[in-house]
Design a binder for this molecule. Structure first.
Ligand SMILES: Cc1cc2nc3c(=O)[nH]c(=O)nc-3n(C[C@H](O)[C@H](O)[C@H](O)COP(=O)(O)O)c2cc1C
Length: 224
């Protein structure tokens, strides 16, 4: 009986450790993929929302480039690839990964200052995320989904209620950078705004202070 109890306790703690979020770790991203051959004009002309993706994985250098274009630090003063009202930077970028080279499936948050990813939860979450996005299959059948979230308090503490509007605008800038960067790297994406906030918050492990604004599936485009 004692052995059985010990085994049950062991099983319980092993499972909660695997599914748990307390043991986060940091992954240093490689240098972003080199410049593409596509001009910004060509990228703007050919950008389209893509909702059907191939099964190929995304390379870590491509992911690094995408995240850098979304929120990377591009100046010695800490300014980033996308503009931010008063340089307050209320947004975070998460990536929900199922098929990226050398990365375990799971949810990670991008750390612009270190060009790294910090793990949030390990496992496969895209099916759940797709359910939260009203069943949109492009959120499920894809190697990875980038999520843009906002912490309004960071920006409303400077601009009052108007700060919320600024956070929405900033998410648009980040999203467009991701669209154009995908186009330049022969990847596809779509800005997804239709989802249930609370469910996405639970999946990403967000606090009450953080709100998800956009989901952006990313993968190699295929004809639907
Ligand atoms: C705020 C916003 C929310 C959107 N939400 C969704 C969405 O939930 N699902 C989707 O498939 N497309 C979504 N889209 C993408 C639009 O449907 C798409 O941009 C539009 O059809 C024009 O196509 P294009 O992006 O290829 O030019 C959204 C776009 C914006 C700007």
């Amino acid at each position: 009986m004692k052995t059985l109890i010990i085994m049950l306790l062991y099983f319980f703690f092993s499972v909660s450790f695997c599914a748990g979020s307390s043991h986060s770790y940091v992954i240093q991203l490689p240098e972003p993929a080199p410049d593409s051959d596509i001009s910004v004009e060509e990228a703007i002309e050919s950008r389209r929302s893509i909702r059907t993706f191939g099964s190929e994985s995304i390379s870590l250098t491509d992911l690094s480039r995408l995240l850098h274009s979304a929120q990377g630090i591009t100046s010695e003063y800490g300014y980033r690839a996308a503009p931010s009202a008063g340089a307050t930077f209320p947004l975070s970028v998460f990536v929900i990964i199922e098929n990226v080279d050398s990365l375990e499936a799971g949810i990670y948050v991008y750390e612009p200052a270190n060009k790294s990813l910090t793990s949030v939860r390990m496992g496969y979450f895209l099916a759940e995320l797709s359910d939260a996005a009203l069943g949109q299959t492009c959120v499920r059948d894809v190697p990875a989904v980038i999520a843009i979230t906002a912490e309004y308090g960071i920006i409303t503490s400077v601009y009052g209620n108007r700060g919320r509007r600024y956070a929405y605008m900033e998410a648009g800038h980040v999203s467009q950078n991701i669209y154009l960067q995908c186009t330049a790297m022969d990847l596809g994406t779509v800005a997804i705004g239709a989802f249930t906030d609370n469910t996405v918050m639970e999946i990403l492990g967000l606090s009450e202070d953080e709100t998800p604004l956009y989901l952006m599936p990313v993968g190699r485009p295929v004809e639907p």
